[in-house]
Design a protein around this ligand. Structure first.
Ligand code: CTP
Length: 446
């Protein structure tokens, strides 16, 4: 019996997939089809599939062509499968011509003609898209645009910056169709807005975007007072709009898994969270402008607040802040939170450098995330008995912005019925912490 094996993602199953499977089947007597798992696709950078692995397997099954279906979970699995199943022929579409020649050592490799004029990529592009208008065209926006190209259904349709020359240059560089002269023109050319302007402008832009019926993804901190955050959420809820913060760590694969692991008590009761984010910054930077909410707290605090609130909740008893000041702004702040049964602390800095790691201590063990923990692609769970230690690795591609963009777009397309990785409660608390700090409550200046 001649065994043939072929692999694919088979997203939005189409005629090209069917033809390929038929051609592969005709090469022998028994066809094995390998379907990639969602995690494997994510790992190799394909994060825009529309169907999950179960749906994709069902689609292959429905053709009646596969005698056996296996799931492809890791790089190098093809050789293992060929040997395990005694495969005679490895078949794949001609778009891979030459790429799999190394498998000739294990079986015959056949490149089959690809069906012209159809692909999953093309079908995905035909699905409804979310047109995103960008407010603010600085460095984070410049990283956001290329990353959005990896997210299905995300189209950057317009950009606005009060500095018209900068806006024009940005739109030309990134081939953005509309260089908006004001927010009205921007809103007329999008159905969602990404706010990447200076922090002190967030509230006004977010409010006007929501009032204009646009979904909002806003850089952190969203706002500097609880009342403002509540107001924005109330408008979003009333108008059934998505309001999300662009806190990239919350959306990346490693952080999501760490959250589930710790909730399943792998380190027992969590007793301490400590995290640092420090980025040495030029003193002339507007990030250090005291009149425009500059400083380490406003720039970086939302990052460590995320794990603190995720793992210990938002009901802390009190916070004390210790700040090293210069020219009216905090160059460095250490914050200590007292909870009823736990303690948390963070260090943030723009003029002081610390180790940028995170540790989460529990009654059975602890988690260590090396610097820069906010771009987590690896962490370790450690125990008293070192033999039990476990390392976890995840993809974190480029700037890691594609994960938040994917969640934002998915949430909009799902009509808002989507689990929000940073909850309303957590966002309100983040605004409250910023507000308390600005008011100087429990702030000890050094
Ligand atoms: N295939 C084909 N003809 C097409 C599309 C795909 O023969 N028009 C083949 C591929 O060469 C591969 C198999 O189908 O052998 C599964 O490919 P997959 O990557 O799942 O499909 P694509 O449509 O190419 O997906 P994408 O656009 O995401 O790359």
């Amino acid at each position: 019996m001649k065994k043939v094996i072929t692999y694919g993602t088979y997203d939005l199953f189409h005629q090209g997939h069917y033809n390929l499977l038929k051609r592969a089947k005709d090469l022998g007597d028994y066809l094995i089809v390998g379907v990639t798992t969602d995690n494997f696709d994510l790992e190799r950078g394909k994060m825009n599939t529309c169907n999950n692995v179960m749906e994709r397997i069902e689609a292959v099954k429905a053709t009646g062509l596969a005698d056996q279906i296996v799931i492809e979970e890791y790089r190098g699995q093809k050789i293992d499968d060929i040997q395990k199943y005694g495969v005679d022929i490895f078949a794949i579409g001609s778009d891979w011509e030459g790429y799999f020649d190394y498998l000739n050592e294990f079986c015959e490799v056949v490149y089959l003609p690809r069906t012209q004029g159809i692909s999953s990529t093309q079908l995905r592009q035909e699905r409804p898209s979310v047109n995103i208008g960008i407010i603010g065209t600085g460095s984070i926006a410049s990283r956001f645009v290329p990353e959005s190209g990896n997210v299905n259904s995300a189209v950057i349709s317009a950009a606005y910056n009060p500095d018209a020359a900068k806006c024009k240059a940005f739109c030309e560089k990134h081939s953005i169709a509309v260089t908006a002269r004001d927010t009205q023109e921007l809103f007329a050319n999008c159905n969602a807005v990404y706010i990447a302007s200076p922090h002190y402008t967030h509230y006004d832009y977010a409010k006007s975007a929501l009032m204009a019926g646009k979904h909002v993804l806003c850089e952190t901190p969203l706002v500097f007072s609880k009342a403002q955050a509540e107001e924005l959420y109330a408008i979003a809820e009333e108008r059934k709009l998505v309001l999300m913060v662009a806190l990239k760590t919350a959306y990346c694969p490693a952080f999501g898994h760490m959250f589930s692991l710790l909730k399943s008590r792998v380190i027992g009761d969590i007793v301490e969270v400590n995290a640092s984010v420090t980025t040495l910054t030029d003193e002339s930077s507007e990030k250090l402008d005291s009149k425009r909410f500059g400083g380490s707290m406003s720039e970086n605090a939302c990052f460590p607040l995320l794990p603190i609130f995720k793992f210990l909740g938002t009901d802390y008893c009190n916070i004390n802040f210790y700040s090293k000041m210069k020219n009216g702004v905090d160059m460095f702040t250490k914050a200590v939170f007292r909870y009823e049964h736990a303690v948390a602390s963070f260090q943030v800095g723009l003029g002081v450098k610390t180790e940028g790691s995170m540790t989460i201590a529990g009654t059975k063990g602890y988690v260590y995330v090396p610097a820069p923990w906010w771009k987590t692609d690896y962490f370790e769970v450690r125990y008293e008995d070192q033999n039990l230690n476990k390392k976890y690795f995840y993809p974190f591609i480029d700037e890691g912005l594609r994960y938040e963009i994917k969640d934002f777009v998915s949430s909009i397309l799902a009509g808002g019925y989507y689990h929000d990785k940073v909850s309303r409660k957590e966002n309100l608390k983040m605004a409250e912490v910023q507000e308390q700090y600005l008011k100087g409550e429990n702030v000890w200046k050094l």
